[in-house]
Design a binder for this molecule. Structure first.
Ligand code: CA
Length: 243
C-alpha cells in the first residue's frame, strides 16, 4: 500500500469514460492520480512530476503510445502498465519488448488494475536491491518458496530438484512476480542479448518445471502462460512473509 507520501500514478488515456474509471479507482486506493489524454502533454508531465507508475493507453489522438514507451525508456525506468483495446499477441509482446512493464487488456476490473499497479510499484522499489535479493532473499507464494541463496525451490518444504536452467527461469519469474515477462525478455536475461533460440526451448523447460511444481500442470497455480506473449509468476499475497 502507498505509505505516508502517496505514490503518484500518471494516467494517459483519452477516452473520458475509462479515464474517470481509472482516476476513481486509483484515487480510492490511496494513490495520487494525474490525468492527461495527450501524449505530448504526458511526456512533459513525466519529466516535471516524476510519477511512480504510468498507466498508458496505446491509442492516443496525437501520438502512438509505443512512441511514449520508446521515449520514456531513453531516460527513466518508471514502470509503465499498458492499457489497451489492442489485444493481439504481437501488440502485447511489442509493447513489453519496447520496455513496458506490464499489459492489461480492456475491459478489465478494478481488482486486476490495482494488482498490476501494486506489482509495478513493488518492482520499482526492489530493483535497486535486486542484486542482493538474488543472493540472500527468498520468494514465497502459496506453498512454493524460491530460495535465492541456496539456489533451490521448495514446495511444501520439499526440494523440487530443478535443473540449473529451470531454477534460473523460476528465479527470474519470481523476481518479476505479478508481471508478465515476454519470451524475448526471458531468453535475453537467461542466455544473453545475442541469443537466437526460439520460444520452444522455454516451452520445454516450462513443461518440466510445471511437472515438478504444479499439482495440475494444465491448471497452474504458480506460473501462468500469457498465450503468445510469455509467462507470469503468481503474485505474493499481502500477508505472506517477504524475508
Ligand atoms: Ca484511446
Amino acid at each position: 500500500m502507498p505509505g505516508d507520501i502517496k505514490s503518484k500514478v500518471l494516467i494517459i488515456e483519452d477516452d473520458p469514460g475509462i479515464c474517470t474509471f481509472l482516476k476513481t479507482t486509483v484515487g480510492a486506493a490511496g494513490y495520487d492520480a494525474i490525468v492527461t489524454g495527450s501524449g505530448s502533454h504526458a511526456l512533459n508531465i513525466i519529466a516535471s512530476h516524476c510519477p511512480d507508475c504510468i498507466l498508458l493507453d496505446l491509442g492516443l489522438p496525437d501520438m502512438d503510445g509505443c512512441e511514449i514507451i520508446r521515449s520514456v525508456r531513453k531516460w527513466t525506468q518508471t514502470p509503465i502498465v499498458v492499457i489497451s483495446a489492442r489485444s493481439t499477441e504481437e501488440d502485447k509482446a511489442g509493447a513489453l519488448d519496447l520496455g513496458a512493464d506490464d499489459y492489461i487488456t480492456k475491459p478489465f476490473g478494478a481488482v486486476e488494475l490495482l494488482a498490476r499497479i501494486r506489482a509495478a510499484l513493488r518492482h520499482t522499489h526492489t530493483t535497486a536491491e535486486d542484486g542482493e535479493l538474488a543472493l540472500t532473499g527468498s520468494y514465497r507464494v502459496g506453498e512454493l518458496c524460491v530460495d535465492y541463496k541456496k539456489r533451490r525451490v521448495f514446495l511444501r518444504g520439499q526440494d523440487v530438484h530443478l535443473t540449473p536452467n529451470e531454477f534460473r527461469i523460476v528465479a527470474l519469474l519470481g523476481r518479476h512476480a505479478g508481471q508478465v515477462m515476454t519470451y524475448k525478455a526471458l531468453l535475453r536475461e537467461l542466455w544473453g542479448p545475442s541469443v537466437s533460440m526460439d520460444n520452444k526451448i522455454l516451452r520445454v523447460h516450462m513443461a518440466n518445471i510445471r511437472r515438478k511444481l504444479e499439482q495440475n500442470p494444465n491448471q497452474p497455480r504458480y506460473i501462468f502462460t500469457e498465450v503468445g506473449v510469455g509467462y507470469r509468476m503468481a503474485e505474493r499475497s499481502e500477508d505472506e512473509p517477504t524475508d
